[in-house]
Write a protein that binds this ligand. Structure first.
Ligand code: AHM
Ligand code: MG
Length: 344
């Protein structure tokens, strides 16, 4: 058995830091805090049906406290975790319209990192007891001065210092990369620790599972429609037709794609003229997932270029998203280049 398996997340982070003498220990603090937030959210997700936490904002629970929806609860947990650290100069959350600057609090250098996160992705699935997840991405501060600015958030994913997700599924698992491969840690509820369960995850070069909301088929571009039809054609030499799997919770769909191979996609569609680039958000949904997939030997694209090369212009901007095994992602790019005259 790999000697890393069973190692605690804390030790993994600490050992990673030891081989980088220039490390200040700040990333260790950040990742430990993310793990703590993940444990708290996991605890609430696990008892969601029991704790009357599924209600809408404005309701009161048996203690007379206001009931928060689970996604708001998760947002509060992550915001509190990040605020306490002092390592961040600015943060942004899917749940909050505007970026949140962090007070300098007397630190001479201010916070040296920025963080973006989606506290509970796929939360509309929670009432059906379907797996959900949290996503996070950490960048180095690049703007001059001590205060964080929007520039510190709007960075291409290629520059990420760390990214990961937590999937609250049949077990709770934290999947992480600091730019040295992808590692996964499963929460052992009996000891309350994340223990390493996967070391250096590598995604298959080609997979035979595709994952998309096919109800959007009529709204997709010609290239995307032809690509999906191609995957459904009978051709035993290439393993087609492929299997279709769609949970509708991106973290869960991506987690399966990472482990089994294939492609997850949320293309642009013409359903809502106000959302011409599809549904998913570049900064805190697609970029961190793209970082993990590339670190695992996979790929992520907007149909034309790597997600990690996109220079964001807005915190909540959306992008078409095709992610998974490298050959499957290259194939959809080929279909889009051949059949779609206009860029999605
Ligand atoms: P959310 O951030 O509001 O939870 O939406 C994102 C989720 C993703 O997890 C998932 O891939 C997608 O929405 C599913 O959307 P759809 O219901 O259109 O298939
Ligand atoms: Mg989301």
């Amino acid at each position: 058995m790999d000697s890393k398996i069973g190692m605690t997340l804390t030790r993994h982070i600490y050992e990673g830091e030891r081989v980088h003498p220039e490390a200040t220990g700040e990333l260790t603090g950040i990742l430990n805090q993310i793990a703590l937030a993940a444990k708290i959210v996991s605890r609430e997700v696990r008892k969601a049906g029991l704790a009357e936490i599924l209600g809408f904002t404005g309701q009161r629970n048996v203690q007379g406290e206001e009931v928060r929806k689970l996604d708001q609860f998760a947002n509060d947990v992550f915001m509190t975790a990040f605020s306490h650290l002092g390592h961040f100069c600015i943060m942004a959350s899917e749940e909050v319209d505007k970026p949140i600057p962090m007070p300098v609090d007397g630190r001479p250098d201010g916070g040296r990192y920025s963080v973006v996160f989606d506290p509970l992705d796929g939360s509309s699935n929670i009432d059906a007891n379907v797996g959900v997840g949290s996503i996070f991405a950490v960048h180095h501060k690049i703007s001059p001065g001590r205060d964080g600015t929007i520039t510190d958030l709007l960075q291409p994913g290629r520059r990420l210092a760390a990214a990961g997700y937590v999937v609250y599924g049949s077990s709770t698992m934290l999947v992480l990369s600091t730019g040295h491969g992808v590692h996964a840690f499963t929460l052992d509820p009996s000891v309350g620790e994340f223990l390493q369960s996967h070391h250096h995850i590598r995604i298959r070069e080609r997979g035979t599972i595709y994952s998309a909301n096919e109800g959007n088929y009529p709204y997709w571009s010609q290239g995307v429609r032809r690509f999906v039809s191609h995957m459904k054609q009978h051709d035993p030499t290439t393993g087609r037709p492929y299997s279709s799997r769609y949970i509708g919770s991106m973290v869960a769909d991506i987690h399966r794609t990472l482990l089994y191979g294939g492609i997850f996609m949320y293309p642009a569609d013409s359903k809502d003229p106000k959302k011409p680039h599809g549904k998913l958000r570049l900064l805190y949904e697609c970029s961190p997932i793209a970082f993990l997939l590339e670190q695992a030997g996979g790929a992520a694209s907007d149909g034309h270029r790597p997600i990690l090369d996109i220079q964001p212009t807005e915190v909540h901007q959306r992008t078409p998203f095709f992610a998974g095994s490298v050959e499957n992602v290259r194939e959809v790019e080929t279909f889009i280049a051949r059949y779609d005259a206009v860029r999605a």
